[in-house]
Design a protein around this ligand. Sequence first.
Ligand code: ATP
Length: 745
Amino acid sequence: MTNTPIRIGVLTSGGDAPGMNAAVRAVVRTGISHGCEVYAIYEGYKGLIQGGTLIRRMDWSSVGGIIQRGGTIIGTARSAEFRTREGRRQAAANLVTLGIDRLVIIGGDGSLTGADLFRREWPELLAELVAAGTISEAQAAAHPHLRIAGIVGSIDNDFCGTDMTIGADTALHRITEAIDAISSTAASHQRTFVIEVMGRNCGYLALMGAIAGGADWAFIPEMPPQMDDWEQHMCDVLRIGREHGRRDSIVVVAEGACDRHGKPITAHYVKKVLEERLGEDTRVTILGHVQRGGAPSAFDRWMSSLLGATAVEELLNADADAEPKLIGLRENRVVRLPLMTCVSDTRQVAEAIAQHDYERAIAMRGNSFVEAYRTLGTLIQSQPSPPDRLRRGHRFAVMHSGGPAPGMNTAVRAAVRIGIDRGHTMLGVRNGFQGLIDGDIFEMDWMSVSGWATMGGAELGTNRKIPQGSELYQIARNIERFGIDGILMIGGWAGYQAAYKLYSERHIFPAFNIPIICLPATIDNNLPGSELSLGADTALNSIVHAVDRIKQSAVASRRCFIVEVMGRDCGYLALMSGLATGAERVYLPEEGINLRTLQSDLDEMMEWFRRGKRLSLIIRNEKANPIYTTSFICSLFEEEGGKLFEVRQAILGHLQQGGDPSPFDRIQATRLAVRCIEFLIEHADRQEPVGAFIGYRGGKVQVHPIEDMPRLMDPVHARPREQWWLALRQMTRLLTTPPVFHQVE
Ligand code: ATP
């Protein structure tokens, strides 16, 4: 028996998608860490057939510095030849000759179908190659099976089985940036814009882009307009919006949008309709390939890294004849799913649309997609439905508390509009609980939140005030004075504590016997009952963007950067930004820092620089340790590093709390706010004085009774007792520390 290492190939195929590089990097480094040899197959299946220099062995550093780059550095192509048996036979010959019998394929449904066919044919292809004398019997015998693992790279998010595909989040970033930019010019000239986005069979980008961009109308392939004269309905709604004071109209059209009879609804047709029926100055913008390009978002970097690493684990652990797996993300966790079932389900959606069977198409997209479509339908109305006369309209207060978090305004907009739409009065409380104490409360109407979907900051104002003593009495009086029937608190740790305080003082203040619900909004992501709070994704993207720039500033020198990020006692931002930027070390408050860690990290870093490394990155959470501060670590490393490397610190500060919310934060804000208002209505109707906090857990929205708050919170460290992302700690080290260093310590 020889000790031939396991050889793994990785290729990207079909359309490129931002995040593919992070997946390739993870495949290469995870493979090397497990003692495998990893080969990159350049130009997709074309390279597999051509072989030669298009199949190259990768080492640790060949995937260095690529995580932040858009597209795919190993190239992608479409190959007609791979669709032929001759082409696949040649591809098999190239792989067997190099001893590669495991492949990670990153591509769309076509690429994954091709890979599965190749896998099934493999034994026959090898037999044919032996018969033709191209390979020896021994070579064929050494590689009886081809193992494959698939990862979906597609900006459309059009794949069944996985909640997100590589590139979709980044594409949404590009779309919302474009809609934001277009909206400002549209509003200046009181214009209407029709924006076409990608998505032939999948309306994900159009639907989520419209929600995130605060658009006024959207067309998607799975949900054609209900009525035949949809043109008039759209024009009526847009006209009323203008009459109510909106200065622009934005219509988003998916490239595959059709009416109920399958007739395409194109951006140019919509423009014609709007010009003819409304006489509006209407422009068309087709976003095109801009959506595919640019640096990947933080999510696409860390998710793709996890998928790539898991694909290698799958190839190393699965039985040779096991059904091949798709590595995907479901309910915020990496999952392994039967590859061909997912491909077949995906194709069925396209078939259903082609057959105008929209019920089936939408059913296959799942509940949250349908829910998002309905929410958009409500938010874009420019005149609320008349209130239900049989029911007394309630008066609900919306407020913030805690630090500012991008997405707060988006949530208020959705809450106010949904509340009004259902026939209730919506009150805004300025300045957090201080406003509730002072009676700084006012009625909000439909247009008062116009434009808030995309705005960073917190228009209502926020602070960390937790009411005490006689202030509670003043709050009780104001609740009675303003006739408040329920409170939605959108905020962070202080807000949760304040809401709990009101709830637990109900026996003293009967006015507090109203439903109260907390919606998690803080960049720190330190709240119970929610895996992700509003603002955390935006902050993560701000950090990643800043670190990209910091890294670029150091191309010519041997330099170690120590970047300090926010998060208070929660290391979420530090760890996830570490994963997304390729930081070698991450210091978390959950783990702390001690002298031994610093010593061994320093030794390792010196060894890296001795071996020619030019740049090293450490991310430190602001409260990782009170003594070993960022400046302390800088001074220590600077002193010990001597002439070997320089050290620079960057404390990112408040830029992390600012900025317009990311698409994910806007979508979550809308989704959670809608559910909160439904909660308040339901319990106010039944006169149930319940308290609750809502959150996004396991990919679903969940509502927790407020009584659970103390059980789920760690009051000493102001963070939840359970933090899902801590399981990803090993990954940062695995992907940044070559195996040779595993013995250094
Ligand atoms: P995208 O979603 O971006 O279009 P995709 O992977 O679906 O990505 P395709 O053009 O369908 O893109 O497929 C990419 C390549 O995969 C094709 O050029 C071809 O080489 C191979 N391929 C696709 N379908 C098959 C098939 N049925 N049999 C063999 N190879 C295939």
